[in-house]
Design a protein around this ligand. Structure first.
Ligand SMILES: *Cc1c(COP(=O)(O)O)cnc(C)c1O
Length: 379
């Protein structure tokens, strides 16, 4: 049996939506992109959403739009996908890693306070696996020190904590619609924000700084446009938006299905000695993007190998990124710099968690993990 790590749930509705768009005049950012932006903002309970080509471009252009550049420090987590920290460097800033909470893997607000310097301009938390960071604490800190607060919400479309959802307390939240994310367009991203003027600036930044978008230029008679700032080319386009639009009404249903799978895993693994599960923060709704377990560091790679041999797709989210060659060489980080992130990075592995998983496939994942566990040397 082969259980893929991930399979998308795109079906006839999404295909029909794309076909309809292909029959229309507009393929780039046009009516579908606008409709998606409006519907996504409404879903999230924020004023505006702006579509991007990826979460990566959304992150670095948001940083830039908020004025972050050379000499500016941005506090973030070393336990994330490289895109988070790379975006800071791409914007010209300096990533300052702060260690994570051992229980959740999320940026530790306590340590963030201690890392703020005169050069700090922003905090960039990541809602890891779909568990929200403590946004109320982080907002308070950001306000006390006059910092921007930008959320990497690539895992967290459905998340909520203390009555707050991504984009509601942050200046902006960046989302990914990459091939394996909860909303999937193959590639794509968006920024959610309550700040109208930031949304307007992002529309410029994603399109060369042109003050008239292609859709404006197409409707009605030709009008001269101006370039008012230096922008990039990173807009969402209508074929992506056509794929995303039919997925929005299914978010809650898909989330419930992933919650049920996660619950099955949790009850199956709760009693396994040496296997640790993350506990979601209280008063929170876990977006259930990834299901991870922690196993002893010395057996993690054997777990990965054996699970894959048993036909269970699995992966690692993430090994601590300050230990990757580029980050070590450029910033001088080493083992021991961020022990909590390293400990999770050395022990974590991610199991299949997707809407279409069948009951026998879930049972196969569980049985395979148990079989690996039977071989653990618990010392
Ligand atoms: C997937 C991901 C990104 C990057 O998203 P892209 O849309 O591929 O650019 C950024 N941050 C995190 C935490 C991610 O998981």
């Amino acid at each position: 049996m082969k259980v893929e790590f991930y399979r998308h749930a795109l079906g006839e509705e999404e295909i029909a939506s794309v076909v309809e768009t292909l029959h229309s005049v507009f393929l780039t950012a046009g009516p579908k992109t606008r409709a998606f932006e409006a519907a996504f903002a409404e879903y999230l309970g924020v004023r505006r959403a702006v579509g991007f080509s990826s979460c990566t471009s959304a992150l670095w252009l948001t940083l830039r739009a908020l004025g972050i550049g050379p000499g500016d420090e941005v506090i973030t987590t070393p336990l994330t996908f490289i895109a988070t920290a790379n975006a800071i460097i791409e914007a010209g800033g300096t990533p300052v890693f702060v260690d994570v909470e051992p229980t959740t893997g999320n940026l530790d607000a306590e340590r963030v306070a201690a890392a703020i310097t005169a050069r700090t301009k922003a905090i960039l938390p990541v809602h890891l696996y779909g568990q929200m960071c403590d946004m109320r604490r982080l907002r308070l800190l950001a306000d006390q020190h006059g910092l921007a607060l930008i959320e990497d919400a690539a895992h967290c479309v459905e998340g909520e904590r203390d009555g707050v959802r991504p984009g509601q307390l942050g200046d902006a939240a960046c989302f990914s619609f990459y091939a394996t994310k909860n909303l999937c367009a193959g590639e794509g991203g968006a920024v959610a924000t309550n700040r109208e003027e930031l949304a307007e600036r992002l529309l410029l930044c994603r399109s060369h700084g042109m003050n008239k978008a292609a859709a404006d230029r197409h409707h009605g008679l030709y009008q001269h446009w101006d370039m008012v700032c230096l922008g990039q080319k990173a807009n969402m386009f209508d074929i992506q938006a056509a794929l995303l639009l039919p997925q929005l009404p299914k978010i809650a249903h898909h989330w419930q299905r992933r919650c049920a799978i996660a619950a099955a895993y949790e009850s199956a693994f709760a009693g396994l000695s040496g296997v640790t599960l993350h506990h979601a923060p209280r008063d929170s709704r876990h977006a259930r993007h990834l299901f991870t377990i922690l196993v002893p560091a010395e057996s993690r790679d054997r777990f990965l190998a054996q699970l894959q041999e048993a036909g269970v797709g699995c992966t690692v989210n993430y090994r601590a990124i300050h230990l990757l060659t580029y980050y070590r060489e450029r910033f001088g980080w080493q083992r021991g710099s961020f022990p909590n992130a390293e400990s999770i990075g050395d022990r974590t592995l991610s199991l299949p968690l997707w809407v279409g998983l069948q009951e026998h496939e879930i049972q196969h994942v569980i049985a395979s993990v148990r079989a690996c566990h039977a071989g653990i040397d618990l010392g």
